[in-house]
Design a protein around this ligand. Sequence first.
Ligand code: FE2
Length: 484
Amino acid sequence: MKTSSLETSYTLRDWQGGYKSLTQEFDYWIDDIEGEIPPELQGTLFRNGPGLLDVYGQSLRHPFDGDGMVSRITFTNGRAHFCNRFVRTTGYLKEQKARKILYRGVFGTRKSGGWLANAFNFKLKNIANTNVIYWGGKLLALWEAAEPYRLDPYTLETLGQEYFGGALSVGETFSAHPRFDPRGTLVNFGIKPGSSTKITIFELNLEGEVISKYAHIVPGFCFIHDFLITPKYCIFFQNPLNFNPLPFALGIVGVGECLRFMPHRPTRIILIPRTEEVGVKILETQAGFIFHHVNAFEVGDKSVVIDSICYETLTQVEPQKDFRQTDFAAKSPGQIWRFNLDLHQNTVQPELIDVRSCEFPSIHPAHVGRTYRYLYVGATHAPVGNAPLQAIGKIDLDSGERHLWSAAPQGFVGEPVFVPRPNSLQEDDGWVLTLVYDAAHHRSDVVILDAKNFSRGPVARLHLQHHIPYGLHGTFTTQLFKEI
Ligand code: FE2
């Protein structure tokens, strides 16, 4: 029986439009605006994500394999400017010159020529597509399996790979999920997986210098995409996964397709101390899969509270299936859970915070690693089940109140970024910025929501002249890089 589109908040055809490549690079002042850009909103929103979903017509197997494209949206004096550039990685330049796929992708993209061309070819392309940060005067495009690429924030020109004055070695990984400690440091990690896994932690000062680097070996294989910080700890979740590299070595599948979820094994929570006062702690909780965490905070010496987006299981990448044909209804939803850790008893008490499926959490930057009240998240329009993200949710963790702004049926949202109003005193006094793909016009909008008043709808909706393929992560800085 044919499913009526009225039964869902979207059509697959509309959603698929956001996975078309954007080959052009733009540079213009946005003049098609509904509402008013708040004049106090001054600064730059950087976004990163796969800009190309094909290489000259050869389709990628998975969007996560797409070349990084950085967008820069400048807000100044009530106006906004847009600019985008591809990260000119070595792999991007070579493939654009050859006009075909030359590298295997982590998520299954294969070189042409069948398995024989792919077997025992372990050369992956650093696609620099997952996040973009401005720290210590440097704009960095991040991808978790390699070194960052540095860009010129004024022109978005690619300047080369970044090694922080030799603190990072060639080929060493620097994750795409750094945490900004409000005390003025950037904390990040790199993973070297194997039968045991080496987790290296980097702390950078405001000048962008690596002021500390320390490593910890964890028993077993780890796939760790994100982590958490508190003043005392860096916290990692070891998802219960098994990794069998043989099909990858034989050129049959990508590395990401060799992961298997092990539902009978626990998830391990690893707390690595940032100070010498405490030791490493490992706690166990129920099996689950986590890409992204919201926040963590300490409650005295005894406990740590962690909020994360958890899936019941890892959705496997299916080698023979086109990602554009995703069956959302068959996927488990990502839901916000709170883990209450008792460090004296070594126990973990999990608690479901919200059943609505969501991804891409954001909080007030001054509350990272500290107690906090509000979180913002990309969410489904419907209260239950999995579906594309079409709404932005706000949760008040103290009162339990929820607010939702939905772009359904033809809008599809990206990661929200909370930006505090200058000199604000309340935690939710500010704006939530997000990109929305508008399938009705095959273009994207920059949406500005008043974080205190979601029900009012966007205070401004800035229509871009084109679409931006669904992105991953980005950050906001109060610095401006566009000449007025
Ligand atoms: Fe991520």
